[in-house]
Design a protein around this ligand. Structure first.
Ligand SMILES: Nc1ncnc2c1ncn2[C@@H]1O[C@H](COP(=O)(O)OP(=O)(O)OP(=O)(O)O)[C@@H](O)[C@H]1O
Ligand SMILES: [Mg+2]
Length: 264
């Protein structure tokens, strides 16, 4: 992970290509003849260095869209373009290797990048410091709390040195206080590294607390039905009056969408 913020100033007069460009993407599941649409005509871009949250009710296709962007599945229609190479992924479950220490889990990701041992040692230390786990390098995963495990998972995602971080409800299982701390860390890391982030959540306040832009998906099949630029300066807190006000506005919109969906 480079630490210099990503510049968005074009060298040749053209704006830089988006980190993620999604054009008319639809996805259906099921056998031919009785296919069920999960996503319908999604158009969405994430600019280089932008932090976007993707918000929607359970089952609306958020994970499906993230999986398509990650290349784990193929769209039924439409195109997805990534400008920064392979994205790093972080899921709700940490997916770390439990028999290895925190440091070894990160080391493994660095090894996959082909870094030599001395560099891996320095980089592991740096990443553990970045997620405020400097003293826990030699702890095994089962010795760590849920919040600490998610920090190791975040460090491991960053170890992939990707320009795009795809996060699927990574803090949903954590208590409110730990989640609050990790929100702070994530915003700090985003501004320190300039990585582009697409963060999926069904929690409206979390979406507003974190993002530069919130994108709302309708219930199944998922369609983009609303977008909000979040101009509230960071650091924000989830309890801030401005965060609450915008969250209420978005929640009202979400409710109307769910009601409308229910009539069909
Ligand atoms: N591999 C699959 N095969 C068949 N149906 C699928 C598959 N993956 C997802 N679906 C269906 O697509 C819809 C969207 O699922 P998805 O997991 O993307 O929702 P989500 O928005 O991530 O929900 P949640 O907030 O609960 O995680 C659901 O109805 C789900 O049952
Ligand atoms: Mg999901």
């Amino acid at each position: 992970m480079t630490t210099a913020p990503l510049t968005t100033t074009p060298h040749d007069g053209h704006p830089p290509p988006p980190a993620v460009g999604i054009h008319g993407v639809s996805k259906s599941f099921g056998p031919r003849g009785s296919q069920q649409p999960a996503l319908d005509g999604i158009d969405l871009t994430v600019a280089p260095g932008e932090f976007v949250t993707l918000l929607g009710a359970s089952g609306c296709g958020k994970s499906t869209l993230l999986n398509l962007i990650a290349g784990l599945d193929e769209p039924s229609a439409g195109e997805i373009h990534l400008s920064g190479g392979r994205p790093a992924l972080m899921f709700q479950e940490h997916a770390l290797l439990p028999w290895l220490t925190a440091g070894r889990n990160i080391d493994l990701a660095l090894r996959l990048r082909g870094l030599p041992a001395p560099e891996r040692r320095t980089e592991t230390e740096r990443l553990l410091e970045l997620v405020r786990l400097g003293g826990s390098r030699d702890k095994r995963i089962h010795e760590l709390s849920g919040g600490m495990r998610q920090r190791v998972a975040l460090a491991r995602a960053l170890a992939q040195d990707s320009r795009l971080l795809l996060m699927d409800e990574p803090f949903a299982a954590l208590d409110a206080i730990t989640r609050d701390v990790l929100h702070e860390e994530l915003v700090r890391i985003h501004s320190a590294t300039g990585v582009s982030v697409l963060f999926v959540t069904h929690n409206v306040r979390e979406a507003v607390r974190l993002a530069q832009r919130v994108v709302l998906l309708s219930s199944r099949p998922g369609r983009v039905v609303g977008e909000w630029e979040v101009a509230i300066p960071q650091p924000r807190r989830i309890e801030d009056a401005e965060v609450s006000a915008l969250s209420l506005d978005i929640t009202d919109h979400l409710r109307r969408e769910i009601r409308r969906h229910g009539r069909h």
